[in-house]
Design a binder for this molecule. Structure first.
Ligand SMILES: *Cc1c(COP(=O)(O)O)cnc(C)c1O
Length: 406
């Protein structure tokens, strides 16, 4: 490998497409920032139409964040207070938080060292009075959705997909987020589409989306601005729920939608380049006997903008020293279970009532699972620089060890 550039700043976003500017300028002129001012075709309404179409789902609802989408999904399912919601023990704190907000009880299941749900543990817990499931495709890693849907369908348990960080991933060629009853996505800056903040939920279910639309803040008859001509199922659902639901005010504003809409065309490029860059860096890291990059499941086509890998043959001290050495070399590697107060470590979700659950498998995975950002915009030189820094940090700690087979 040749001497390459210094590791890049992987937290910088891509520029917002130039075409967003005209729409934003116009809005700054008119002041028309609220999604329900215009009679129809507000930027938020157009984004919803375009996003639903791109995903192949019937309805989309733009909201203020993916966290809001997850919360509204649970409320739309009309779960009774105290209902038990099964979630993976490896996810972002937003997921158990949304369950708490919905007055439900999070129940955690084990996640394997390939970052995917442990199906035996999932099935066992599913039979323990579970009313709904949130599957979190954490960092875009897809759990076995065939098995999960079969288990949940057999028990009539609704599945919400947290696809916040998974946009562009497919499972058997089908878009992630369209497999469960509801799919939720994020427009926060570290995700594939960047509006700073924002989210969207998709579903084919008229009753669910009508409830979510009203609760998102479509007061009075603002829901009429969501009504596609001739959709009687949706019209009936709005009539059914008029004045019956609390308003949580979780709407998306027009500026955010105008920033997202031109990025929809960028999705295929970001997915393609992100996957190519990830797989290239993965192939370099795999050369070290101290690192493994878990393979995707067979039906899964990933859309990564970061890379996760496990440390092999390192104890806690070596793992921490490795992360420190990588930082010295200019690459931030976060070990989910070693960094203080990490929001993806289940023992830090102390807002869940009761003791921290015993989840030895997930705990062991988190203690060795590393996370490094790898945005799609990186050049080959920058990808090399990141891989060299990580491999160099391994050598700093573990010494020069020949790769397998040499
Ligand atoms: C980012 C993220 C969220 C939260 O998204 P927000 O839009 O910031 O609320 C939830 N789940 C996962 C897996 C995420 O990566």
């Amino acid at each position: 490998m040749t001497e390459s550039a210094l590791p890049p700043n992987t937290y910088d976003a891509e520029p917002i497409p130039e075409t967003a500017r005209a729409a934003i300028d116009e809005m700054l002129q008119s002041g028309d920032l609220f999604r329900y001012t215009a009679a129809d075709a507000s930027p938020v309404a157009l984004l919803e139409r375009e996003f639903a179409q791109a995903m192949g789902s019937r309805y989309a609802l733009g909201v203020s964040s993916c966290s809001a989408a997850l919360f509204l999904s649970l409320k739309a399912l009309d779960l009774p207070r105290g209902a038990r919601v099964l979630i993976p023990a490896f996810t972002f704190a937003a997921v158990p938080s949304s369950v708490m907000h919905a007055d439900c009880v999070p129940v955690l299941c084990e996640v394997a060292d390939n970052y995917r749900i442990d199906l035996a543990d999932f099935e066992e817990r599913l039979d323990d009075d579970i009313s709904a499931v949130i599957i979190s495709h954490m960092r875009g890693h897809t759990s076995d959705m065939d098995a999960i849907m079969a288990l949940c369908d057999a028990r009539n348990v609704p599945v919400i997909e947290d696809a916040a960080h998974s946009l562009g991933t497919t499972w058997h060629g089908r878009n992630i987020g369209t497999i469960g009853r509801i799919g939720c996505f994020s427009f926060q800056s570290y995700k594939l589409l960047n509006a700073g903040e924002g989210g969207i939920m998709i579903t084919d279910d008229a009753d669910l989306v009508a409830r979510a639309i009203i609760m998102s803040g479509a007061y009075e008859h603002n829901w009429a601005k969501h009504l596609a001509h001739g959709d009687n199922a949706l019209k009936d659902a709005f009539d059914r729920w008029q004045n019956k639901l609390p308003l949580y005010n979780l709407r998306l504003n027009n500026l955010s939608a105008a920033i997202i809409r031109p990025q929809l065309d960028e999705i295929p490029r970001r997915v393609r380049d992100g996957r190519a860059g990830h797989d290239y860096v993965a192939s370099l890291l795999e050369q070290s006997p101290f690192l493994t990059v878990p393979a995707p499941l067979v039906p899964e086509e990933r859309a990564p903008d970061s890379i996760q890998f496990n440390l092999v043959g390192m104890d806690d001290a070596a793992a921490l020293a490795f992360a420190e050495a990588a930082a010295q070399r200019g690459v931030k590697v976060q070990i989910f279970g070693q960094s203080r107060d990490n929001a993806r470590a289940f023992w830090n979700w102390q807002f869940i009532p009761g003791d921290v659950p015993e989840l030895p498998q997930t705990r062991a995975m988190l203690a060795r699972a590393c996370d490094t950002r790898l945005p799609a915009r990186l050049t080959r030189d920058q990808q090399n620089a990141i891989a060299e820094a990580i491999l160099g940090a391994v050598e700093d700690i573990m010494g020069q060890v020949p790769a397998y087979g040499t």
